[in-house]
Design a protein around this ligand. Structure first.
Ligand code: FES
Length: 117
């Protein structure tokens, strides 16, 4: 499985591109864990809220409709990264403004993904 990731955050002055191979079930934090890129995480299980990121899929003309897990919604709400209205919604549009937990984002084969934090 190959993914093309553009990452920028944590004080990085320029984005880093990763064109890399991984396992089909890896989360975004798994993909970048050993690269030295300062994408912060702690628990890796969606409870601490340390890994919040913005996602952008530049190859997709329309935003994805996503369903966040209850765990991800609760953590994002607790950290002020989701409104009460978003928390209550059954589905959300995956826009670049929406906060996500990197440890809950599964990277799909072949997709182009821009990540900022
Ligand atoms: S690493 Fe703790 S919520 Fe993602």
């Amino acid at each position: 499985m190959i993914a093309n990731l553009k990452l920028q955050g944590g004080g990085m002055t320029d984005p880093v591109w990763l064109y890399t191979e991984g396992k089909p079930t890896q989360s975004l934090t798994d993909w970048v864990r050993e690269t030295g890129i300062p994408l912060y995480w702690r628990c890796g299980q969606g409870t601490c809220g340390a890994c919040t990121v913005h996602l952008h899929y530049p190859d997709e003309a329309t935003p994805r409709i996503i369903k966040l897990s209850g765990k991800e919604r609760n953590v994002l709400l607790r950290h002020g990264k989701l409104t009460a209205e978003q928390h209550a919604a059954e589905t959300l549009l995956q826009t670049p403004q929406l906060w996500r937990l990197a440890c809950h984002v599964m990277v799909q084969s072949g997709e182009m993904l821009e990540v900022s934090w």
